[in-house]
Structure formats: C-alpha cells, structure tokens
Design a protein around this ligand. Structure first.
Ligand code: SAH
Length: 401
C-alpha cells in the first residue's frame, strides 16, 4: 500500500489587501442525531446505582432512602446470579425491604434482556463468537475468549463505527447507532449465562475488553454507565483493573475517561508516524500523535499505565526502523505495547507479516526497554478475531431469484 502525501496544514500568510479569509465551515458532527438509542421501555440494566438513585429521588424518596434502595436493587438484580433474569414484582421488592413508595418507579423498568442470541459461532480454538440481535433488529457481536486463568469477553460499544479505519471490518459499516448502557451490560449477562449453563471447562469470566464493534469514546456516557454497574461490588463485581477500554485515540476524551472510570485504557496506535497513521486511521487528521501523547502524559493518573495496541502490517509498519520510531514515541509514558499481527480485513494490501518479521520487530522494540506483548489471533476461523466483527454485514443476503 502506498502512503499518500499528507498536505501541509499551514495556510499561506495573508497580505495587506487580500480579501478576508472565508469563515471556517463548521465541521459536520461525526455522530448524527439519528444514531441515538431508540426510545423503548426503560430497562433496569440501563441504570447504574447512581442513576437509579436519581430516578428514585424523583419518585419521591429522600436522597439517602433512594441510595439505599438503589443499592439493594442492583444487588438483587445483578449480584446473585448475574446471568439470570431477577424476580421482579411487588412481592420481590417487598421481600428486599423496598418500601411501597418506590415500587411503581422500579417496576416500570424492564429487567429482561435487551438482546437475543442470533448466532453462535464456536471457533476451533475455543473462542465463541456471538451475534446478538437488539430489539430494533440491529446486530452486534461479542466474543468469548477462554484463557487458562480467566475468560475474557470482548464487547461492542456501538452498532457499526464512524471511525473508518482502513484495516477494520466494523469501520467499513459506518455507524448505525449507539448502544445503550443496558445493551452493553446485556452482552455480559448473556455471556455469563452461557458460561454458567455449560458448566464450562474454562476459567470464570473475569475480564472485559471494549474491543468489539464501535469506538467506545464516541459513546462514552453509556460506556461509563455500563462500567460503573459492571464494576459495582454489589452488582457484577468485575475488578476495574480487569476492564479495558480501547480507543482509536480520541485525545480530548482521555481526561474525562480517567476522571470518571477506574478501568484500564488501551490506545490503538498502529503506525509509528503521523503520515502512515493518517493513511490508515482518519482520526489522526483530528488528533496527531503528538496531541495524543500530550493528552496521555497529562491525564494518566499516578501509578497507572496505558496499553498501546500496534497492529503489525507486512512492510507497512513492521521494519526495524519503525520499532525504533515507536520506542521513541512511547518513551516517557508508563505503558506496555501489545503487538497484534494483522487479521485479514477490508484492505487486501494490509497483510500480516511473516513470523520472522514479527519476531524481529518485537525483539527490536523490547531491546529499547519497552514492555512488549504479542497478541496471538483467536477466533480467526470464525471471523471473530480483532478487526473482523461485521455485525449487520454478516447476515446472509437473500439468494438472487
Ligand atoms: N475502536 C476501538 C476498539 C475496537 S478495535 C479501537 O480502535 O481501539 C480493537 C482493536 O482491534 C484495535 O486495537 C484495532 O486496532 C484492532 N484491529 C482492528 N482491525 C484489525 C485487524 N484487521 N487485525 C488486527 N487487529 C485489528
């Protein structure tokens, strides 16, 4: 693949007598209004304990009563058997000690799942790709990845994605709509139920990665709400250090992320310089690598580190010099680098490197003192590996008559 030239950004200097510069055209919003979540009956899983308490306060509770009831409800609904639908009627609420004042507001919330399993695709390596159908027919995918110590679930944050990375199948779809917090949480509830039902041979599901379909930072409010419920010790009890959110590098949201979530951050770098990054990741036109590094350096809380993802493409970003550039870029940041041999995606020019080139790159990067890990592809045979989640596009087209 040829790397296009990046045009100079600076405008020519104005001279006296020149006509005034045209007013800047307002940028089209990346997320259209129509991408909002459809308004259906409000769901219990759309609420974390804070937003539930807020709802109960509006229903007439005092602040402390509202908080206490919210705590009891998230424990009842998601704490015991998080994969199953909770008992949800006046008797069940009374048994929890929830006063009658709160029943109407609570019972207006639907405790059931917002998603159903449309397809299960088990891979030869034990990975399970799930296609899930939302109430409006939208299809998203989650991937369950068993490991020796713990099982990981890779969740989606949007239906499609607006970020259009050249190497990613989801990016080819464009953005259909945002996922509600409950639809993110329900991917986890479905996976937990499956894991329980099968009395799995694998380790328990303890790890969540927001590396499925979508750009989590383009739906940050719902993602944060879902994370608060998933890490609530009364509800799903995921350790914040076992929840990782991966972004293309929306630099102006990094500070808010660290302020609001204790989860881990991964940033998809995928190239060692701006010209090449911009050729495959349109986000780089808005946030340069320098801007990204500056935002990370400024916002990373003490003691925390960022995980950089670097997808390796044959003869595009896998030369020894590129490892040197990458090492220089990450210098001074507390971080690790996850090197990911590319999976076949939409651009046939972007191919995985040979094992020799992969090993040489990793050795060179480690040689600079950078903590480097290789992410081996999982679920590739069922299209469930990184960058292969296609949701809608997977539905078989009706055969031509
Ligand atoms: N939008 C987020 C999360 C989804 S992608 C992000 O971009 O980070 C999750 C990871 O898969 C990212 O690191 C991405 O760079 C990587 N990925 C995408 N397409 C890939 C491909 N074809 N092969 C290997 N990794 C890919």
């Amino acid at each position: 693949m040829r790397v296009p030239e990046i045009p100079e950004q600076s405008a020519p200097a104005l001279r006296a007598g020149d006509p005034p510069a045209p007013a800047p055209v307002p940028a089209r919003p990346l997320i259209r209004r129509s991408a909002r979540v459809p308004r259906w009956r409000a769901r219990l899983a759309d609420h974390d304990a804070d937003s539930l308490a807020e709802l109960l306060r509006k229903a007439g509770g005092t602040a402390s009563a509202a908080r206490a009831v919210a705590g009891k409800v998230v424990r009842h609904a998601f704490g015991a058997e998080p994969g199953a639908a909770p008992a949800w009627d006046a008797a069940a609420l009374a048994a929890l000690g929830v006063g009658a004042w709160a029943h109407e507001a609570l019972l207006a919330l639907d405790p059931g799942l917002s998603l159903e399993v449309a397809e299960r695709a088990p891979s030869g390596d034990d990975t399970l790709r799930l296609v899930l159908r939302a109430r409006d027919g939208a299809l998203i995918e989650s991937v369950l990845i068993p490991g020796p110590a713990r099982t990981t679930l890779c969740v989606s944050s949007q239906v499609g994605c607006a970020r259009a990375c050249a190497f990613c199948e989801t990016g080819r779809l464009g953005l259909a709509r945002q996922l509600a917090a409950g639809e993110i949480v329900d991917q986890v509830r479905i996976a937990l139920a499956l894991a329980e039902g099968q009395a799995r041979r694998g380790a328990p599901l303890r790890n969540l990665v927001f590396m499925g379909m979508g750009e989590p930072f383009d739906n940050l409010g719902e993602v944060l709400k879902a994370i608060r419920l998933l890490t609530d010790p009364r509800a799903f009890r995921f350790a914040p250090s076992h929840v990782t959110v991966s972004t293309v590098g929306v630099a102006d949201k990094i500070e808010a992320f660290f302020r609001e979530a204790r989860a881990e951050l991964a940033v998809s770098l995928n190239a060692p310089d701006d010209a090449r990054r911009q050729a495959i990741m349109p986000v780089n036109a808005r946030f340069s690598m320098a801007a990204l590094k500056e935002a990370l350096a400024r916002s990373l809380p003490p003691g925390r580190r960022v995980l950089f993802e670097y997808v390796l493409f044959d003869r595009f970003n896998d030369a020894p010099d590129d490892a040197d550039l990458l090492a220089a870029y990450v210098a001074g940041l507390r971080c690790r680098v996850n090197v990911i041999p590319c999976n076949p995606g939409p651009d046939p020019a972007l191919r995985p490197p040979s094992a020799e080139r992969l090993d040489a790159f990793v050795a060179r990067l480690s040689g600079h003192g950078v903590t480097t890990l290789v992410r081996r592809p999982r679920g590739r045979d069922v299209g469930g590996a990184c960058g292969q989640l296609a949701g809608m596009a997977r539905v078989r087209q009706p055969a031509p008559a």
